[in-house]
Design a protein. Sequence first.
Lengths: 305, 845
Amino acid sequence: MAKVFTTDDGKEIKVKKRHHSKNEKIAEYAFLAPSLIGLMIFFILPFFVIIYYSGIDNIVNAEFVGLDNFTALLHNSAFLDAAKNTATFSAIAVPLAVVISLIMAVILEKEIPMRSQFRTFFLSPMMVPVASVVLIWQVLFDHHGVINEVVNFFGGTATDWLESDYSQLVIVILFLWKNLGYNMILFMSALNAIPKDVLEVATLDSASVLQQFRYIKLRYLSSTILFVAIMSLINSFKVFREVYLLTGDYPYDKLYMLQHFMNNTFQSLNYQKLSAAAIIMALVMCVVIGALFYVENWYGRDVEG
Amino acid sequence: MRRKELLKRTGVAMMAVCMAFSMTGCKKGGNKNGNNTALVSMDEIKDVTFKETDVELTGYVGEISSAKEIDGKLYFITVEYPEADVNTYGPGVGKIEEVKREPLATAATEAETETSSEEGETEAQSEETSEDTTEAEISEETSAEGSTELTGEDYGEMSDEDISAQEEEPIQSYVMDYKLYTANLDGTDVKELTYPTDEPTDNIVGIDKTADGDLIFLAGDYSSEFTKYKFIIADENGNKKNEIDINSTVDMGDDSYVSNFFVDDKGNIVLSSDEKMFILGKDYKKKGELKAENGYFSCCGITKDNKVVAGVEESAGNEATTKAFVKVVDTDAGKFTDSYPIDTTYFQGSDSIIKGTADYDFYYKTDKGIFGYIIAEKKTVKVLDFIASDVANTNIYGLAPLSDGSFIYMTYGDDAKSHMKHLIKADPNEVANKEVITFGSMYSDFTIKNAAIEFNKKSDKYKVIVKDYSDEEDPETKFNADLAAGNIPDVIGMDSYSSTPDKYLAKNLLEDLSPYMEKDPDINESDFLPNYIKATKKNDKLYYLATSFNISTIAARKSELGDKTGWDVKEFTDMAKEKEKSGERAFTYDTRSSRLNMLFAQSSGDYVNWETGETKFDTDDFKSILEYAKGGEDDESFNWENVEEMPQAIQNKHLFLSEMNLDFEQVELYNKIFNGDMTFIGYPTADKNGTYITIQNSYGIYSKSDKKDGAWEFIKSLMTKEGQYKISRDYGNSIPTRLDVFDMKVKAVTATEEYKDEFGNDVYPFESGYGWGENFSVDLKPLTDEEVKMTKDIINNTTKISTYNSQIFTIISEEAEAFFKGDKTVDEVAKIINNRVSNYVNENR
């Protein structure tokens, strides 16, 4: 079937869709096959195995129990606490990571002094190994750490930060410290890709800096914001690594995340609980990311056609 | 153009195919039947089965203490024991000498000297059966000039009359006789050679031949503070030609001893301890010195091509595990050249590497079997499996390969005599087809392996193969992975630590054994101790069986506790505080962790409701435990050295109770320590019933096994009277679970005269002794009727299994530190503990 395009001077141009020959199709699939096979073996098939595990009572009896595992899980206070903590952490940390890194990118886009050094400074936490990060945080936030020394100096009372209601705040700071640099670089790259002529036209039309940012830059950045948000969401789950090293298998209530739950259920051979939790988490992620895509599609439709 | 396009596409397609193959085809190693591979089929078993035959070796006197094959001849040393107990080692005619006992002060000094000279003592005597000390070389032996029954100046319970009587009693000093022999490898032509030394302090560590054909012996003198080594060169008849002192050349270090010694084909002499290896030239001068970096030398040997190789065990990054390597030594340059990882975590003894034959550069021995290594391919092949071949591997020494692929070795039999054996590869067609039953556990000791061998010998239908997960870097993770993959052993061995029965029961992994016992004509529930059955049954079903158990409880003075048989935390802490006023404590090592551990060890069930998930660690009851525990001394600053020993502390009324792991011997021991004023009170718990059964090893059948009948037959073999009797001899004084074996044990510990039991074994009157430092000792004799009654009473009344939960205790001890240091209040800590444990409990509900 041909598509018809009309040029500015009224001419009609037919563009035929190229049909691939059978050989070409075979060649295409052959080239895709290794990656597809890998994807199947390491991602898709295991996911179906997880679905199977979530529907049986245990891996020994393997009797189908329907949604009983999910029901039990949704009544399990440990799972609910973990889900709540994970959701709270992500809800706080991800928007902050996006907004702060965007602001930093906008600032560093300007020709400010020591711009390059600042960029390096913000990127350097990415290079620090996890064990070193944990060590630094322990030195800072331990009961006899630097922060408490400062607090005591100013007459306050020392707090065990990681075993108090401020524990999530500590982890949010750790998350931001580690991830802002990477997000900032992504935004800087996206800002550079915005067509300069559009901004010039806006300047000529007396648009303020804020108006340019809101009506032009943000729209062009919408896909990058989506990407950064998704990456930050994924990284927010990965913060389990640092939390685990700081606090172990069973941390203080506020730090008990979904990954703790899943890690521990794996250790105790409770595969059905683990699988059910993984599926619920995957479904929630699908909804969240789907919503993000929808918003991005709606907001960025002008620039993406 | 079209051809170019075609070539381009073909090239890219080939690259994609290569990538696909590399992704799916790559694998680790390439070792066939590595150490960790469990045999699962009869074909695999037949492949590694050897038949064992006896080799008649006669014409020698005494028992063979060590043996080695040199140039196609067998050289062995025998030792002749006099009839009485032997305390001295060295050459000479066996005789008994009576020596007047020295006065106490002098005896104390002699014993100090003796103690330092005994530090190098190894267990390579024919009476010893430890698998760690089997040696191919002439075994290390130490000399002790004579042992003194030391009691020091303070005899504790002994009266002046007893002291005088002991001083009058002469010391009996014994001297053993060593002889050197040679024989053909088929056991014929046994000839006695001249033993190369007359010095009583010379202990032959190893024997080999020099490049000139002389015999060379390495002799160690352990009588002084530092071991002295020398070479003794002798002719082919053992007549000494020369002695060479090598102490200035070879410095093994203060606490190390030569464990390997041989001469390579170039005439270089190789000696090694666990830390260092020395290479000496033909002129006995040092050519090289190597150190085992990141590990230690376990064994050394020579390859088929006459390269010297060293077996090294290095840390695998995880402190709990090691990884074994074989490193090739360049004897001229004195350094390692190549290194080959071996598929095992450790070698089995200093004689583990032996020269290769046929296809293999060298063989190495582990507790699983004999493996051949092909250096060019870096490949390990399992040649012989010990269990498949029905060979008990704990007693093997002098192992040597023959040119036809068979092996000879020396062993000690159940008759405590040495035997020579020949292992010949079995024709697979002649090996009986049996149903393979897999036994798996986190750690399989020699007792269960020997039981498997005994079972295999007797069973025509089943063959038990042992899968020992302790070989894995992370045994628990590997077992979990096997569980997920469905590779679960037919018989599961469990312990009281990480692989507990409760853990497997929660996953429905265990079969109910009650129906098997009901229909079995040989075993019934009524054969077992009622309390044990009651304690181990769940919902009226029996999921596992054990051969023995212990009782965990607390002993205290009956005069202070009266008829009380239990107490709760408040009663305990009230009494402890009252006692502290008079200077009497509750713990030998009165630290915070000791207090916390004892108070909480068995009472976790009081604070956790697994049904509802409720936890009560924020209650006043638990807070009182923390507050009491804080009263102990800080663990880090506690002086562990100068602590009054438990028996003296009890006798001097500085200690009013003691935890104990009860068995027959312990009951008598503690009763004497308490001067007959002893009762068992148990751990403080809410229900005042704090005495528990602890089971170290138990066995169950995998619920989905398709070989349950065979699995039951194997478990049954452990639980018959004879099976449990044999195992109980290995597990010391643990309490047997069978009534009849229990009665045999009671008879044995109460016998006052020697007799033969119904299995034909000699039973001697029970005699044992314990000493603490130099000032206190307790001699144990056959138990009295009262002591037996005391033991039986507590056993019969104990029907609870230990509920110690290590995860909960870890959380408590982590958080309690902050309270002990004063960083947090008891309320804060209790709240955090409750919070953390609550997550754990709800997660596992």
